[in-house]
Design a protein around this ligand. Structure first.
Ligand SMILES: C[S@@+](CC[C@H](N)C(=O)[O-])C[C@H]1O[C@@H](n2cnc3c(N)ncnc32)[C@H](O)[C@@H]1O
Length: 396
């Protein structure tokens, strides 16, 4: 059984777990194997024949939701969740013949094929960890997946290593990177280091004391999707916009983003099957940009607090609200949120969802017609924010 509860991710994100003075994970009776079994699969255990071990990097805070999306795909078993200090990681097994569907996931930033796993408790030195993570038979299997997904292997290739650790008490992140680089070079004397490189080896401490190594299969197009025609500052990451649209439920009717900025949510809604997509923004320049980025959406200039729409006109509202210094609102934030949420509730039909991104929404700003359904803390470019999901209740 894997430890994939949101709690385990939150613990990892906080850097939880007591450690000794060298930073090693605490030893328990029975050593590393027993500890590994308690907190996840045995890191040295080989995957079953026909199974490929993979992992996905996602925006911090989204691991549990992406794990839910992955579990809906046939042939996928999610094994563990974690956080490596920069990204959330979702580890999973893929049965033969089921890899293709992974590329349709719009909520994932990067995809990797796993090379190996190790625990610090099995020997907390960079060279020892590199030996356990980079073992020839697993490397061969991972390379065959890489060549099937990315490009055929050549005799001489360029590579680089990216390493992330949750603490640097026993060694530095760069020491681990060097040890893995040496292990790769020892097994492949014709390969040479380069940046950028054809092949990227990632090593992440995804839970305190647990490390995973993998080959990156994706490039920037997985996270950027089709890209935006016109950029505008404050634009949302497409993978987060995609997750917000999924939380709005099955496409059926109109999806509205009343503070649409450059139109990232509008594009994602179109790509996810919403046929009727509406957007608006108070800034006329944003309206122009959103129209070119999401040409099939109906985009207007408006104030979210006074929408020109009848009651219950839309099936879902999905929006990244203005906050911070970049997007000032008129008057106090609290009064602005109260008016904006009341108007969103008015135009959403009963049973519909209102999905918002905003660091804080005080309880008094939430109208009685909106029932809190889900709430997740996210980190976007190092800034904390919150994903809120409300359900529009039926009027009594
Ligand atoms: C965080 S940005 C949205 C970014 C967008 N998700 C994107 O990907 O580009 C918030 C937007 O709210 C708009 N805004 C601010 N006050 C508004 C209001 N009263 N009515 C409608 N839009 C408003 C801002 O102009 C800004 O474009």
């Amino acid at each position: 059984m894997g430890t994939d509860s949101p709690d385990s991710v939150a613990r990892a994100r906080r850097g939880g777990g007591k450690r000794d003075r060298r930073g090693a994970a605490p030893k328990t009776q029975g050593g590393a194997r027993q500890r590994a079994r308690r907190s996840g699969p045995d890191p040295q255990e080989q995957p079953r024949p026909g199974v490929t071990r993979m992992f996905a990097a996602v925006v911090p805070g989204l691991a549990a939701l992406v794990a839910r999306d992955l579990r809906r795909l046939p042939g996928i078993t999610v094994t563990q969740l974690g956080f490596d200090g920069r990204s959330d990681l979702v580890l999973f097994d893929v049965e033969r013949g089921h890899r293709d569907a992974l590329w349709s996931l719009r909520t994932v930033e990067d995809l990797f094929v796993e090379v190996g796993q190790a625990v610090r408790a099995g020997g907390d030195r960079p060279r020892w960890i590199a030996e356990r993570l980079w073992r020839p038979e697993r490397v061969e299997k991972a390379l065959s997946v890489w060549s099937a997904e990315v490009r055929p292997l050549a005799g001489s290739m360029t590579f680089r290593v990216i390493s992330r650790v949750l603490q640097e008490k026993s060694f530095l992140r760069t020491d681990l990177r060097r040890a893995i680089t040496e292990a790769v070079a020892a097994g492949r004397p014709k390969w040479r280091f380069a940046d950028p490189s054809q092949l990227e080896v990632w090593v992440s401490e995804y839970q305190p004391g647990r490390l995973v190594a993998g080959l990156r299969l994706s490039d920037a197009s997985l996270r950027q999707h089709a890209g935006r025609e016109v950029e505008r500052s404050g634009a949302l990451r497409p993978t987060v916009a995609a997750q917000m649209v999924l939380l709005a439920g099955q496409p059926d009717g109109v999806l509205l983003d009343p503070c649409c900025g450059s139109g990232t949510i509008l594009s994602e809604a179109g790509a996810t099957g919403w046929r009727q997509v509406m957007g608006g923004d108070i800034d006329p320049a944003a309206v122009e940009i959103a129209r070119s980025n999401a040409p099939t959406a109906d985009v207007r200039q408006h104030d979210v607090r006074h929408l020109d729409l009848p009651d219950a006109a839309v099936a879902a509202v999905v929006s990244n609200l203005p906050f911070g210094r970049q997007f000032d609102v008129e008057g106090s934030m609290s009064a602005w949120l109260t008016a904006a949420l009341a108007e969103m509730a008015r135009v959403t039909r009963p049973g519909g969802r209102v999905v918002l991104l905003a660091p804080d929404i005080p309880g008094h700003a939430i109208p009685a017609r909106l029932r809190p359904h889900d709430r997740r803390e996210l980190r976007l470019l190092g800034t904390r924010t919150t994903l809120w999901v409300f359900e529009r209740l039926t009027d009594r």
